[in-house]
Design a protein around this ligand. Sequence first.
Ligand code: CA
Length: 403
Amino acid sequence: MILPRLLPTLFLAVAGAAFAQATELPPVAAPAPAVVPTVTDNSAAAEPAPAPRRAAPAAQPKVKGKPKKKPAARDDDAPDDVLYGRRDDVLAFAAEVAQERGLDRAWVEAQLARARYQPAVARLVMPAPAGTAKNYAAYRARFLDPQRLRLGVQWWEAHAPELAEAQARWGVPPEMIAAILGIETYYGRMTGGFRVLDALATLSFDFPKGRSDRSGFYRGELRAYLVWCALENREADSVRGSFAGAIGWPQFMPGNLLRLAVDFDHDGRVDLASGGADVIGSVANYFASFGWQRDVPTTFPVLPPVDAQARAQLLAPDIVPTFTAAQMTALGAELPDAARAYAGPLALVELQNGDAAPTYVAGTGNFYVVTRYNWSAYYAMAVIDLAAALKREMGFNGAARQR
Ligand SMILES: [Ca+2]
């Protein structure tokens, strides 16, 4: 950690206290629901994301007595224990980005100089402690709560025309889009309280030791973020998102924001902050870009082979659809007729349930597409189960429920 030189002892003491506290308090606002990396951050561990936390409105410690340093954009009190504006590696990055992307170097440097190291970001990017038992039943229960279902139905009813339009264009059904938004951000209620600039700078330039280094990925995202800010004429410290830098209702990482976000209402700008048409089109386009197939289910029921070796063989490719239905059944798996009529490859997906028996599904290519949003079978299955629950609530024909 690089401490600023020449700061009064008093400030160091105060900042130190704030620093220590900041590592234990929830971030400024509610963190994005857990869903750790998302489309967002495709680094995603293949681990179940932790439950969404409703952050207590913890008062952030104010750093008072801070001498005459830049006032602007000091709205969340992180200590300036790292001054990115003075670091050689950051300046080199700024020069490189400016040259590669044709941005004004002074502007890039000025934006990066406002970035601050966020200890909470470094902490949250660490994997779950080893030995945490995977438990899909518990994971599912956290994401299929009655309030989320209620909000999902309301949102779906309010956006039925745009959802139908997106389904016509990309083939992605309304319930999948509604489920993604419910799990990612609780329908826009938990889009993340970190300054995206701080999150990406922390993970780009001070990626914590102790897990595989993904700083290269985050530097790419920071580069995309700066380009997006330049295109949108935004100050880089003006946008908030998850600890991983994911933005808006669908929690798009900046690279995906640039590549895959859609101005679906054709008003000349992409708005992922308000849960309307652009969010719908962007999620659908994201799915389509990874090969979503119209009218194909995400999973079929399956009973795995009893023979341990055959089962291991089917589980080996994990979530990657690899086996035809005929190959699966030849190895002893039981599949329903609909699955046996399905021509594409399938994956035998195992979801552990703690000490109870695992859950198995046969995942299609569309199951795999959902895992591109967050590289976790647990995440994908929670989305799929929430989608099914929402669809049931709406009535099987997609018509609004009788009230
Ligand atoms: Ca728009």
